[in-house]
Write a protein that binds this ligand. Structure first.
Ligand SMILES: NC(=O)c1ccc[n+]([C@@H]2O[C@H](COP(=O)([O-])OP(=O)(O)OC[C@H]3O[C@@H](n4cnc5c(N)ncnc54)[C@H](O)[C@@H]3O)[C@@H](O)[C@H]2O)c1
Length: 255
């Protein structure tokens, strides 16, 4: 029996990358999955390969759109048990290079998708989860929410916000059966990361991480499914680093 048998799950940003890997693994573990993405054709591609999955075309930065996404789960499967808040606009994140020159419209878009989007996902998922006696929310944060690395100031601030949002939801709704946790990946070889990385960046990162290889979307998906499932029944308010140890590793230890 799968670890999410009988559960209804929404995964945002499920048209590719980490979200796609999570949607696939959740379906394998028995969940009925709503494949939610801004890009309908990619969401249809993923859902078409999964047993019993449906598509929700969503812009997570738009509240009406988020409400429709939650309604899709209820209409298709009768309720909601799991939400993986994961979508991001990787093209916008990529131009967040310097605080001084950053166009504030970029800041607004980035925060609207990464932080407000996850907030609204929680806001509208929680009442549906309460109707079923509880549920599990897994947010996607980032190592950039914990450490500065010379770029991505707005992105990092939005992800630090996701870490605190996770703690807030957990502390407000834990006693009513809703667990809320997050994953914080380091560099993951997704389309979003590979398309927007400067030349040579991925290769350079591979030599810096204290691991034999870089992270794959499936590595993150496994952590998300663990947190979503009853295997993590007493794990609440935590952010699980999925960074191969990068944030606590001093590269000079190899000298
Ligand atoms: N890849 C990495 O190195 C890395 C590292 C740390 C954290 N993360 C985080 O992991 C998550 C997934 O990243 P990824 O690398 O898989 O991204 P990706 O760019 O490969 O995929 C993101 C998906 O989100 C969708 N999307 C974009 N804007 C949207 C919106 N407004 N509403 C709904 N869907 C939208 C895109 O269409 C796409 O399918 C993000 O939260 C990201 O910040 C990624």
């Amino acid at each position: 029996m799968g670890r999410l048998e009988g559960k209804v799950a929404i995964v945002t940003g499920a048209g590719r990358g980490i979200g796609e890997a999570t949607a696939r693994l959740m379906a394998l573990e028995g969940a009925s999955v709503v494949v939610a993405d801004l890009n309908r054709s990619e969401a249809e591609r993923v859902a078409g390969e999964l047993d019993g999955a449906v598509v929700a075309e969503v812009d997570v930065s738009d509240e009406e759109s988020v409400i429709r996404m939650i309604d899709t789960a209820v209409e298709a499967f009768g309720g909601l048990d799991v939400l993986h808040n994961n979508a991001t606009d990787s093209a916008t994140n990529a131009v967040d290079t310097d605080i001084v020159t950053l166009d504030m419209a970029i800041f607004d878009r980035l925060v609207a998708v990464n932080l407000k989007g996850q907030f609204m996902g929680c806001k509208h998922a929680i009442p549906r989860m309460l109707e079923r006696g509880g549920g599990s929310i897994v947010n996607t944060a980032s190592v950039d929410g914990f450490v500065g690395r010379g770029v991505r100031a707005a992105y990092g601030a939005s992800k630090a916000g996701v870490v605190l949002l996770t703690k807030s939801v957990a502390s407000q709704y834990g006693s009513r059966g809703i667990r809320c946790n997050a994953v914080a990946p380091g560099l993951v070889r997704t389309p979003g990361a590979e398309l927007h990385a400067p030349p040579g960046y991925v290769e350079a990162a591979a030599s810096l991480y204290p691991m034999p290889r870089l992270c794959r979307p499936e590595d993150v998906a496994k952590a998300v499914v663990f947190l979503a499932s009853d295997d993590a029944a007493y794990v609440n308010a935590t952010t699980l680093m999925v960074d191969g140890g990068a944030t606590v590793y001093m590269p000079s230890s190899r000298l």
